[in-house]
Ligand binder design. Structure first.
Ligand SMILES: Cc1ncc(COP(=O)(O)O)c(C=O)c1O
Length: 385
């Protein structure tokens, strides 16, 4: 694995580890490139090892894994699904597509995760599930979320797009919900361009999940010789990825430790190198509570306000450093207003942090010199207090 020294420091860049090109060539030559081939089996086994998941199905994206979870929940129009407002659109879209109502809860000011203390007030007799997002791979307060869900008979789903390799009280993220959705999009720690997986802890969901992923047919059972012909047995869609993508993913998963070591080195260098500057300039750094391990998925800073956030991004761009921001809150987005509902008390923390957040470049191919350059450029910005 080689790191790069670039004239500009991009926000993200695909890192090619040891075997991607070889496995891609093998996948193309193996005679069949459709889904559920040999590389899909290899990648699935590696993913189960990493997450401790009872069952895993590769999908074409995290978005699609979330959509599968919504179908598996048998949501009816008007059912409610509690989730943070501070997340990517797919978290809400997957359930809105089934006619369910996303109910948006504010985030905690420290981890930016759903504020577990606000969930109970959002529960109604239509609530069916709570979807948590482990922002930046720092776990939500899962003990509290699971206790509340058990009390009200709600399913817990993890949108674990950021969390591969993260832990909560020594247990891997992705293993807390009855279902968890992974992303292997190009910006994720382990990636195949576009890809994802649905992790299932509940063995009772596996047979139906296979059918939903195969266009509503029992084709998986047919290929295992369990039925003589396959037919349309349920609703579903085309959620299984080509074995070519699984080949890329297999190589990335095999290099997980290498990738993580590089990402953690860059994350830690940012955290230490910017701490004094952050304190002097009223900038907040990420908070990782002691009982969690994060997977160095992203490094963010909270500037004092929107004006400084925009000026800081422009300042970094001048220095050849590409930084960016996210998420736009969902509760007051046009589709959020149309399809969702906001929990009592609104989402003031979400609105505040969404204006202040900046993400620094973080990818496994980022060299030490690039990290030093980003730190130096950031330190050159004066926000004052
Ligand atoms: C929290 C979260 N959920 C879901 C997704 C969607 O992932 P994908 O692009 O694999 O569909 C993203 C994408 O970045 C995300 O950040």
């Amino acid at each position: 694995m080689s790191t790069t020294s670039l004239t500009e420091v991009p926000f993200n860049r695909t890192l090619v580890c040891d075997n991607e090109v070889r496995y891609l060539a093998e996948a193309v030559r193996q005679g069949s490139t459709c889904g559920d081939g040999p590389f899909t089996r290899r990648a699935t086994a590696l993913l189960r090892e990493l997450t401790g998941a009872g069952h895993a199905l590769l999908t074409t994206s995290c978005t699609h894994a979330l959509e599968m979870s919504a179908i598996l929940l048998d949501l009816r129009p008007g059912d409610e699904v509690i989730m943070p407002s501070f997340t990517f659109v797919s978290t809400a879209n997957a359930y809105a597509l089934r006619g369910a109502v996303p109910v948006f809860v504010d985030c905690r000011p420290d981890t930016l995760n759903i504020d577990e203390r606000l969930i109970e007030a959002a529960v109604t007799d239509r609530t069916r599930a709570v979807v948590v997002v482990h922002y930046a791979g720092v776990a939500c307060e899962m003990d509290a979320v699971r206790a509340l869900a058990a009390r009200y008979g709600l399913a817990v789903i993890e949108d674990n797009a950021h969390g591969l390799g993260g832990f909560y009280r020594d247990r891997p993220l992705g293993s807390f919900g009855s279902m968890a959705a992974q992303s292997f999009h190009a910006t994720k720690n382990v990636q195949c361009g576009e890809g994802g997986a649905l992790l299932l802890q509940d063995a009772g969901l596996v047979a139906r999940a296979e059918i939903i992923r195969e266009k509503g047919t029992d084709r998986s059972r047919f290929f295992r010789g369990q039925v003589a012909k396959y037919q349309w047995v349920d609703i579903g869609s085309s959620y299984l990825p080509s074995d070519v993508l699984a080949a890329m993913l297999t190589a990335q998963l095999e290099s997980f430790d290498q990738i993580q070591a590089r990402r953690h080195a860059a994350w830690q260098a940012y955290h230490e190198g910017l701490s004094e500057w952050a304190a002097d300039n009223g900038v907040a750094q990420p908070v990782v509570p002691d009982d969690r391990q994060h997977p160095a998925h992203l490094y963010y800073l909270l500037l004092p306000g929107l004006h400084h956030r925009q000026a800081f991004i422009a300042h970094l761009a001048e220095a050849g450093v590409q930084a960016t921001f996210h998420y736009q809150p969902l509760h007051n987005a046009p589709a959020g207003l149309r399809h969702g509902r906001t929990a009592p008390g609104g989402c003031p923390v979400t609105e505040n942090v969404a204006d202040r957040l900046v993400r620094l470049p973080l990818f496994a191919g980022l060299g030490d010199a690039d990290v030093a350059r980003v730190i130096e450029a950031a330190r050159g910005y004066r926000a004052g207090r």
